[in-house]
Design a protein around this ligand. Sequence first.
Ligand code: ADP
Ligand code: ZN
Length: 626
Amino acid sequence: MAKIDKLKNKIKHDKSSWILAIPLFIILGLGVLAFDVRDDAALPSGENVATNANPIELSFSDVLRRANEIKTMNIRGSDATGTLDDGTKYTATITYDPELLTKMAESGATISIDSTRPFTERMVFWLPILLWILFFWFIFRGPRGGITRSIAGQNPTKIMTGNPKKTTFKDVAGIDAEKQELMEIVDFLKNKEKFKSLGARVPRGVLLSGEPGTGKTLLARAIAGEANVPFFAASGSDFSGIIVGLGVAKIKEMFEMAKRNAPCILFIDEIDAIGQKRSTQIHNDQDREQTLNQLLIEMDGFANDTGIIVLGATNRVDMLDPALLRPGRFDRQVYIELPDLSGRREILNLYANRVKLASNVDLMDVARGTTGFSGADLENLLNEAALHAVRVGHKEITNEDMDEARDKIMMGPRKVRKIRDADKKLTAFHEAGHAFVGQHYADIVDPIHKATIIPRGRALGMVQHLPIDDKVSMTISEVRAQLSVSLAGRAAEEIFFGADKITTGAESDIAGATRLVRYAITTAGLSDKLGMVAINQSAPWAGRGALENASEKTAELVDSEIRKWMDAAHADAKRILSQNRAIVEKLADELLTRETLTGDEIRDIIAGKKIATKRKTSKTKTKKSK
Ligand code: ADP
Ligand code: ZN
């Protein structure tokens, strides 16, 4: 076992696991595939953009001498490339030097280590060693330990070091409340003494929770940037390696590094990968449990005034072991919401500076049409729009490009396959049905933005509604109207093609409507039959449709209520459509010829007005009023 301890001590991943393989190989023949350090994320985006200057060549002694001038270094094998603080690009051949990387990290360099060699090549090199490891570990750990992850190389170790000078709260838009909450931590890191003298208790761990792409990592970096302290980041999945005990060793190492560099931020992304509730683990994973224990020990182990703040990020707080959330650990939680309307607008504004927008693109309109988009989605939206503009030869990004980009992100890329004419016709009526009933309830459902029979993702067509504001609640009539609109597609198929011609095309309509009714009656208490009782859907493994804290009788009642609401909405949609056959037919015809109708065009057709045959892209601009 002494050998194992020695091995663990050797694991200094923050420095250079890429090269550690060599001593390991020599000492024990114990190579570790998991040491495949790759960290593209450490390079702030934008820095990959090549400048035209040729890189200068540095000798290794140059690198050593000028270590503190190095801003970024990307290491691949013994080749290093990057930029110096003054922006000069360089290349260098470097040898293993334990001090070098630490030195660079301390002076604020961003180091990324890239050892992504082709898998096969790696296997040829590592296979004999892998066999050794298997042998070795089975002998020493007995049958229960063994190998925790079977396929190696899938688990790149990610340790970012360095000081993200450039990320500050200015780079985070639209989530002011969260920023405000985290300001205190910045304050603490900056004025440790003030807090100490007042005897204020400062959190050691803050858990950032929220959907992916809401900016948790960005915020963590910004905190470090604002406080001007080093930022160390790892991901929970880095801690489950091929070797038992590796996770524990890595946690220890990480905290040692943090202590050496305090005050600093230690960021653990996807913390649920280590911190999962012990009881919910499917099989008893001893290694993970030990890793979690080590994390708890480390968090309890440093004094409050050390100046280390551990930030954890997860989108599954409910999965976390309660022990992690106890006082002194991650006892503070900041939930980062998906941005609301004005938040989305601010984020769009932030990124809009990078692209060339046509003057008639109204970012407020864009924000309105992107409910549910995260910050990352919005950034992506502008990128996609720019790409589309280039592709179709626009000089600047138009509304059309923005619409196209949004549809692509929401629904997947446009399908190129040819649709049969019969399918197209049916789709046109289906969408006309949605559109007509949607307009019928224009006062209480979101106004129609556009209808299209251009297939996208799995959908053959769609009608888009554009909320005027972010809805926080719905009235019961809004729920019922929404259901009628959802089921109107199928209703139109029945009316115009007959009950024997209905299609599977209403699949997602039905799914959405069912979800809404279920929510309305089991959670929101909108059913007079069920009353104001919360009936939760139970865990998925309890069987299909099983309900928690509900008797069998209640469960049956829920089923029949859902059915009743759905049937009523279906009948309502059918009634509205059959009373207006001629107009619905006209709508479907126009859809067939034009493929896409804007909300205004739909309203014109329904009002019996002629619509202009030619239309400019600017006409697709979202209408703000109903
Ligand atoms: P998470 O860690 O929550 O998954 P990230 O911080 O990795 O999300 O966000 C991904 C990217 O999306 C960020 O690097 C940033 O470019 C963008 N982003 C997300 N939220 C925001 C925001 N509120 N303001 C500005 N940019 C954001
Ligand atoms: Zn539909």
